[in-house]
Design a protein around this ligand. Structure first.
Ligand code: FAD
Length: 472
């Protein structure tokens, strides 16, 4: 029996605890598990508390693509890149709305985080250099060789097991015990209704955002309140709800990752590489309606504003062959999501639009100069055509607890809480306050960079053993 009562703050000391954990991490996605591994590398004892029977989170649903600079792999491939260039790309995509110091801190940390997982935990990374993701100046997208979030999670949980870090599943953290703005511990609910309490010296929130909380989505993201939420249902907004009661800063709550290529009704992600390689999106009237190369996140809103809230991704044989390199695309193919049309007449029937409109749109793809949307094509599409019906989806929220560059949660008075950190989707991201601010990979960037920074900061805090500078 899981209680539906919202997460609470108990403003009191924890007089009795079932156990003590030096550093407790709430949430066992990429952020929580990578943070636990870095803490273990630093010799700090920690445990991860995860609400599900099996730690998966949104990470397992993701494609698992992580942008990172200065990794051993990127350098070995001779790719010229820098922290400054990456931070600049982040800032540019967010229309300079994201916190510049945080963008630099994340750009600095993420390469170190991936290298540590490689050298200390045997991770193998590949770099996706077949095409450039929108908004990135150079090739920096990393992934595990299988190119899925599921494999990424399997590798993280495997590494956590090898280090014998307690990963306590079926542990829904409900209440935080806080006295004098210092975290004393927390209580959690087991599926059978029993409650356990833990005291801790430091608490790191890695429980992602509020995409799975319809009330919060309605309040902060009215644009996508009726959209499909493609992330993990456990992203229930615990961090924001605790933060509100704590008087913590909340930032960028209007930021989120949308996606304009979510196969409908099958619910499979169609890689945006299909668009970047020359594919187009057409609505049910057979008309293009935006510049598809701008970014998949803002495309969600564009697609949702079309008749019926749907569109068709249309591409040809060359692009289909390219798409076959992506596991999600192959899965879509196996599930009969991709429709083949030998000519415009057949394609018009699939879309339910006039063949004339379709012909005008596809023959009008401009290869000589940018068109009215600002897009210039390398070539026109050729028969046979392929199409996939898609809708716009909400993938995850990018706003959250206000943090400093050490991932310490900030009180609204402007000083950090002494022993509370937030990372990954629980904290504000670096996408600013709107959907178009999301640069590809900002989600896992926050998870890996934030997890690494929080681990280092919490370890330093423990080592200075609370006798260091006092904050709140
Ligand atoms: C279809 C899809 C594709 C995506 N592809 C990419 C991509 O390629 N690259 C990219 O950068 N981003 C991508 N994202 C976004 C990315 O998945 C997230 O940004 C990232 O996984 C966040 O990691 P996290 O560890 O913060 O959260 P999660 O992986 O969601 O982990 C949080 C965990 O906390 C647990 N939890 C929550 N509340 C509590 C509580 N109160 N008590 C205990 N446990 C709790 C949850 O059960 C969950 O397991 C994608 C998202 C989707 C939906």
């Amino acid at each position: 029996m899981i209680s539906s009562s919202p997460p609470q703050i108990k403003f009191a000391d924890l007089t009795h605890a079932d156990a003590h954990i030096p550093v407790a991490i709430i949430g066992g996605g990429a952020c929580g598990l990578s943070c636990a591994l870095h803490l273990s590398d630093l010799g700090v004892e920690c445990a991860v508390f995860e609400r599900d029977t099996l730690a998966q989170g949104s990470t397992a649903l993701s494609s698992g693509f992580i942008p990172a600079v200065n990794t051993r792999l990127q350098k070995s491939m001779g790719i010229a890149d820098s922290v400054e260039l990456f931070a600049q790309d982040i800032q540019k995509k967010s229309s300079y709305e994201s916190d510049p110091a945080l963008a630099v801190a994340y750009a600095q940390a993420v390469g170190k985080a991936l290298d540590a997982l490689e050298s200390l935990h045997g991770f193998e990374w590949i770099l996706l250099d077949q095409f450039l993701y929108s908004g990135h100046s150079t090739h920096r997208m990393h992934a595990v060789p299988e190119k899925t979030g599921q494999s990424l999670m399997a590798k993280l949980t495997g590494a956590v097991e090898r280090r014998e870090i307690p990963l306590i599943n079926e542990a829904l953290v409900k209440d935080l015990w806080v006295q004098d703005k210092s975290i004393k511990g927390f209580s959690l609910l087991r599926p059978n209704g029993s409650v356990e309490t833990y005291s801790c010296d430091a608490l790191i929130l890695c429980c992602n955002g509020y995409g799975g909380n319809p009330e919060l989505v309605k309040q902060y993201l009215p644009q996508v309140k009726d959209a499909v939420f493609a992330g993990h249902q456990g992203n229930d907004g615990s961090a924001v709800l605790w933060g509100r009661q704590l008087g913590a800063q909340l930032a960028d709550l209007g930021g989120y990752q949308g996606h304009g290529s979510w196969a409908s009704p099958h619910g499979i992600l169609i890689t945006w590489a299909v668009m970047l390689e020359g594919g187009v999106q057409l609505n049910s009237l057979g008309q293009r309606f935006h510049n598809e190369t701008k970014g998949y996140s803002e495309a969600a809103v564009e697609v949702l504003s079309q008749p019926g809230g749907v569109a068709w991704c249309v591409f040809d044989e060359i692009i289909k062959t390219f798409g076959d390199g992506f596991p999600d695309f192959v899965s879509a193919e196996k599930n009969g999501v991709i429709k083949k049309s030998n000519n415009l007449s057949e394609l018009a029937k699939v879309l339910g639009c006039s063949e004339h409109t379709l012909s005008t749109q596809l023959s009008g793809l401009s290869t000589v100069a940018p068109d009215a949307t600002g897009r210039q094509f390398k070539r026109k599409l050729e028969a046979p055509y392929y199409s996939i019906k898609v809708t716009g989806a909400l993938f995850h929220t990018q706003g959250g607890l206000g943090i400093d560059t050490h991932a310490r949660v900030m009180h609204s008075s402007g000083v950090p809480f002494s022993n509370l950190w937030a990372a990954g989707g629980a904290a504000r991201g670096v996408s600013g306050n709107h959907v178009a601010g999301y640069l590809s990979g900002n989600g896992l960037l926050s998870a890996f960079a934030g997890g690494y920074i929080a681990a280092n900061s919490a370890a330093a805090f423990l080592k200075s053993s609370i006798s260091g500078p006092k904050n709140c």
